[in-house]
Ligand binder design. Structure first.
Ligand SMILES: [Zn+2]
Length: 120
């Protein structure tokens, strides 16, 4: 079952459960198929990599060895959108501008959420 995530790259989110509960960060990447996302500064894992070993982790960066700090994916379901205006964890509803463009709006203050690039 593919659920279209309501969170986009660049959004500020708060972690609702797990080890990093209550922390906030900016979404770096969304992996919609896996239902996962990486959030800046959250779930950072240190990885020791060997030269020549190309670990095919999410993000796909090429590593030449050493210690790499990288955000590990967290379930999108554990993340809550944080409104840039309220500064509160909130929810988004979907709406349309008068031009018919779909956008997301904070349910609390009505502030439109910033839209991310297509395909994020
Ligand atoms: Zn708001």
């Amino acid at each position: 079952m593919a659920v279209k995530p309501n969170i986009l790259r660049g959004d500020t989110v708060m972690v609702r459960r797990g080890r990093e509960k209550g922390k906030r960060g900016t979404v770096k990447a969304i992996f919609a198929d896996a239902g996962m996302a990486t959030v800046e500064g959250l779930n950072v894992v240190k990885r020791h990599t060997k030269p020549g070993t190309q670990s095919n982790n999410m993000g796909g960066s090429t590593q030449t060895g050493g210690i790499v700090e990288k955000e590990g994916p967290v379930p999108i379901s554990a993340l809550q959108y944080v409104c840039e205006k309220c500064k509160l964890p909130t929810r988004l509803r979907r709406g349309r501008t008068k031009d018919g463009v779909a956008h997301r709006v904070c349910v609390k203050c009505g502030e439109p959420a910033r839209e991310s690039a297509k395909g994020a």
